[in-house]
Structure formats: structure tokens, C-alpha cells
Design a protein around this ligand. Structure first.
Ligand code: UDP
Length: 252
């Protein structure tokens, strides 16, 4: 894991972060392939906010460098890829990716064991109930994300005892990526994926933007309107755009 090549996947670098450009269906196959061979891998879905965090955080840069897959999650990354000459790049968000992996696993009778770590206790149990209903072929367990730092070893013990194939971590970026990076090697082999606020979406605590809003690439605006407290975080978007434009100017 961590640094293993993903074969013939194409890449684009955005402000120093390497993105793997594969259709979502290929990412799903890759993950199910890793599960079938019982190997240990880390998947990051990264948008402009995470890229801007990485610009200022060398530890995070290193993690993104060694992650096995970094998928473009956000219209800003698609835009930056297009500026670098890559057209037709598909957005691969954590919500869609995990739903597709679970649906495909059920369809082909590949029973997955999935441990979900993160969100409030209420949101997590709603998510686990929803998963059990939607994907009856898979087994689910979880732990909420509001534990004290001193309790982390116990939480990781619980994950290890469950022996998951998929370890979904939704603690917010970049904390979840750092936690997966630091502890994946101590767990039985599994695929670790940072899923951010997706647990709240699956549990129904947060509503995802309607499909037409997503198609118009306006999910960021929808999230801002529904959670105005995010405005400060979303300042990363214009900063990201400015950095991308400037870096291309310097390169030309
Ligand atoms: N969260 C958590 N423990 C914490 C802080 C946050 O489990 O100590 C959860 C929070 O409940 C939410 C997720 O982490 O489910 C973060 O969601 P957000 O939308 O901020 O993450 P993003 O997708 O933007 O990284």
C-alpha cells in the first residue's frame, strides 16, 4: 500500500498534488480488486480546500504523495485539470464512490465488511441503519467521531477486531487523511477512504444538493447556502483559483 502504482492511470498535477484521472467506475473496480486480493490501500478524494491545505502543510503533501489513489472531488479540480489540457475529467466524490462500491459489491455477491468511523453518535447510527437496509449483502459496524484523543487506541482496537475490508473515516479533512495514513498499517489489511461529511448525508442528517444542482457544478454554492458557517472555509476556493492561474502564468 501507500505508494503502490495504480497501473496505467493518467495523472494531472494541481498545485503539486497528483490526481489520478480515472472514471468513477474504474476507481470502483480498483477498490474491489484490492479488497479481493486482501491488500492495504489508502484513497483520498480531494477538492480545492484540501489542495490549499496541502500547499501550507508538508505532512499533508507527503500523505497525498504516497496515497494509492487521489481522486478529483470538486469542480475546481476539474477546472484546473482542463487548464492543464485534460478534458472530460470525471468528478469522483466520496459519497458517490462509496455508494457505487457497496452497490457493486452487493450486485456481484462480494460481501464486504465495512467499518465507519466518524460523525455524531446519532448520525452514525442513522448511517449504519441506512447502509444495512440498502446493502443487505454487506456487514457494517462503526464508532462515532467525537472520542477523546486518549481513546484512539481503543477505537482502533475496535476497528481491528471487526477486520473490515473497507474503513470509511469521516472526521473532516485533513484530520481523517492523517489518521488513515498513520494507522492503516496497524490494522488488518483493508482499504481506507476519507469520506468527510458523507456519513451525515447517508444518515440523512444533511441533505445533498439535488442532482440538477450537482450537474450544474453548483454543489459548493448549495452547501454554502445551507451551511453559511462554511463561508470562511470556502474562501479557499478563490485562493485556489488564483494560485492555479498564477502557477500557469509562471510556467508559460
Ligand atoms: N466530525 C467528527 N469528529 C470531530 C469533528 C467532526 O466526527 O471531532 C465529523 C462531523 O460530524 C462531520 C464530519 O466530521 O460528519 C466533517 O464534515 P465536513 O463536511 O466538515 O467535512 P468535509 O467533507 O468538508 O471534510
Amino acid at each position: 500500500m501507500l505508494g503502490t502504482s495504480t497501473g496505467a492511470a493518467e495523472h494531472v498535477h494541481v498545485l503539486g498534488v497528483r490526481f489520478d484521472l480515472m472514471p468513477r467506475s474504474h476507481v470502483v473496480e480498483q477498490i474491489l480488486g484490492w479488497v479481493a486480493e486482501g491488500s492495504r490501500h489508502m484513497v483520498v478524494t480531494a477538492g480545492p480546500e484540501l489542495v490549499m491545505q496541502a500547499v501550507a502543510d508538508v505532512d499533508l503533501q507527503r500523505i497525498l504523495h504516497v496515497a494509492d489513489l487521489v481522486t478529483p472531488d470538486g469542480v475546481g479540480i476539474i477546472w484546473a485539470a482542463r487548464r492543464a489540457g485534460r478534458r472530460g475529467v470525471e468528478r469522483v466524490s466520496g459519497v458517490d464512490l462509496v455508494e457505487d462500491v457497496l452497490a457493486a459489491a452487493c450486485e456481484r455477491h462480494q460481501p464486504l465488511r465495512v467499518f465507519v468511523l466518524g460523525a455524531t453518535p446519532a448520525s452514525l447510527s442513522a448511517c449504519l441503519a441506512e447502509f444495512a437496509r440498502r446493502y443487505p449483502g454487506c456487514r457494517f459496524a462503526g464508532h462515532h467521531g467525537y472520542f477523546a484523543p486518549a481513546d484512539l487506541p481503543e477505537v482502533l482496537e475496535e476497528v481491528a477486531r471487526f477486520r473490515p475490508n473497507l474503513w470509511l473515516v469521516g472526521l473532516g479533512q485533513p484530520r481523517q487523511e492523517k489518521l488513515i495514513f498513520e494507522h492503516l498499517r496497524d490494522l488488518p489489511a483493508c482499504v481506507g477512504i476519507g469520506v468527510g461529511g458523507s456519513i451525515d448525508v447517508w444518515g440523512g442528517t444533511i441533505k445533498r444538493a439535488p442532482a440538477w444542482v450537482r450537474r450544474m457544478n453548483l454543489e459548493w454554492l448549495y452547501r454554502l447556502l445551507r451551511q453559511p458557517a462554511r463561508w470562511r472555509r470556502q474562501l479557499a476556493l478563490p485562493r485556489f483559483a488564483w494560485h492555479v492561474i498564477r502557477s500557469r502564468r509562471q510556467a508559460s
